[in-house]
Design a protein around this ligand. Structure first.
Ligand code: SF4
Length: 339
C-alpha cells in the first residue's frame, strides 16, 4: 500500500524521487546556490557526510539526530546532493564506492525502525517491489549479484512459482544492497567544470582524506608482504616477460587498492625493459578510476581463472583475495600471551 512520506523521511532517504522533488531546485543553478549562505551551509553538510563515509565503519546518524524542520531537511538533502557532486569532481572510483556504501548503510540503519508500509515504499522507490515476503526470481538474481555468501545463491533458496522467499531481516539486507548498487551506478555525475572548480578545495580535502584512510588500513607499502601472485607479476614486469592484459590489470588495481598513487605505480612500471610512459600513464589512470572504470583487484578465484594465481604458500590457503593476503601478512594475528 502506498504511503505518503513525512518531512523527516526526505532527509532519511534523500535518494528517493520524492525527496528530490521536495527540493524543487533547478539543478542548473547549482553554481548560484554554492555562492549563497545556504549553499555554504549545505557544503558543510556534504563534507560531514563524506567524512562519515570515510571513517572505517562509516558512523551513521540515529533518528533523533535527524532534522525535523523544513529548512533543516532541505539542508540535509542538499548535503546529500553536494556530497555526490564533490565525489564526482574527485573522479575516484574508490571514493564513489565508499560514499554509496555509506549511504546504503545509513538508509539500512534507519529502515530497521520503519513500519512495513514505509519499508515497502522505499523498496518500490528503488525498484525492489515486494510481493509480501517474496521477490521475483529475476529481481532477486539482479539484487544478489554482488553478494557472495552461500545463503544468497539461488540453489539455496525457497523458490516457488517464480518467486523467491526472503525473511524480513533479509529484505532489509537486500534493500541495502539494492540502494548501494543503484547509487554507485549513478556515480560519477556529469558535473560542469565550473562547479568542480568552485568545489576544488573540498575535492582536494576528500581525496587526501581518502588516501589517508587507505594508508591507515594498509599502512606504508611493503613489497615483501605482497602475495605470491603479485610478486610474480612484479618479477615478470621487471624481467621483461610479456605480461597478459589481465596480469597488468590485476597488478595495477592491487597497487592502487593498497594506496599507491598513479605516479608511484608508474615508477614501479618503469622497471619494465619495454616501458612506455604514455601507454602506462593511460592504463594506470584508467584503472585507478579516472574514467569511471571498475578498479578493484580481482579475487583469488578470478586470478585462478586468468591463470595468474601462483598460490603455493600457507597463507594463500586462508584467503580468498590477494588484498586479504597482504593485510594479513602485514598485521600478523596476535599470538596468545604465554601463561
Ligand atoms: S591464492 Fe590468491 S593470494 Fe595466493 S597467489 Fe593465488 S591469487 Fe594470489
Amino acid at each position: 500500500m502506498r504511503v505518503a512520506l513525512e518531512l523527516k523521511d526526505f532527509s532519511k532517504y534523500p535518494f528517493l524521487k520524492e525527496s528530490q522533488e521536495f527540493m524543487g531546485r533547478d539543478t542548473e543553478a547549482i553554481d548560484q546556490f554554492l555562492l549563497s549562505t545556504a549553499g555554504k551551509v549545505a557544503v558543510r553538510h556534504a563534507m560531514d557526510r563524506i567524512r562519515a563515509a570515510l571513517r572505517p565503519r562509516g558512523t551513521v546518524l540515529s533518528e533523533a539526530e535527524l532534522p525535523a524542520d523544513s529548512l533543516g531537511v532541505k539542508m540535509a538533502v542538499s548535503g546529500y546532493v553536494l556530497a555526490r557532486i564533490i565525489i564526482s569532481c574527485a573522479r575516484d572510483r574508490g571514493l564513489a564506492e565508499r560514499l554509496a556504501r555509506y549511504e546504503a548503510q545509513r538508509a539500512y540503519a534507519l529502515l530497521l525502525d520503519e513500519n512495513p508500509e514505509t519499508r515497502d515504499f522505499v523498496a518500490a522507490g528503488v525498484g525492489m517491489e515486494m510481493a509480501g515476503s517474496s521477490l521475483s526470481v529475476t529481481r532477486y538474481v539482479e539484487v544478489v549479484a554482488g553478494l557472495h555468501e552461500e545463503r544468497w545463491r539461488l540453489v539455496n533458496r525457497d523458490v516457488h512459482a517464480g518467486q523467491v522467499r526472503v525473511t524480513p531481516e533479509e529484505i532489509d539486507e537486500l534493500l541495502r544492497e539494492r540502494i548501494r548498487v543503484i547509487l554507485e551506478r549513478q556515480l560519477p555525475l556529469k558535473v560542469p567544470g565550473k562547479v568542480c572548480g568552485m568545489l576544488q578545495q573540498q575535492t582536494d580535502e576528500v581525496t587526501a582524506a581518502f588516501r589517508a584512510s587507505i594508508l591507515e588500513q594498509f599502512g606504508a607499502v611493503e613489497e615483501s608482504c605482497f602475495p605470491p601472485c603479485i610478486q610474480a607479476l612484479v618479477a615478470a614486469l621487471t624481467g621483461g616477460t610479456n605480461m597478459p592484459h589481465q596480469g597488468r590489470f590485476a597488478l595495477t588495481a592491487f597497487l592502487h587498492n593498497i594506496g599507491m598513487n598513479p605516479a608511484e605505480i608508474i615508477a614501479l612500471f618503469c622497471r619494465a625493459p619495454d616501458f612506455d610512459l604514455q601507454k602506462t600513464q593511460y592504463q594506470v589512470e584508467h584503472i585507478s578510476g579516472r574514467g569511471g572504470t571498475e578498479y578493484t583487484a580481482p579475487s583469488c578465484a578470478a586470478m585462478r581463472t586468468f591463470g595468474i594465481c601462483v598460490g603455493s604458500d600457507a597463507l594463500c590457503e586462508r584467503v580468498s583475495h590477494p588484498l586479504s593476503y597482504y593485510r594479513k601478512k602485514k598485521k600478523p594475528e596476535k599470538k596468545p600471551e604465554p601463561t
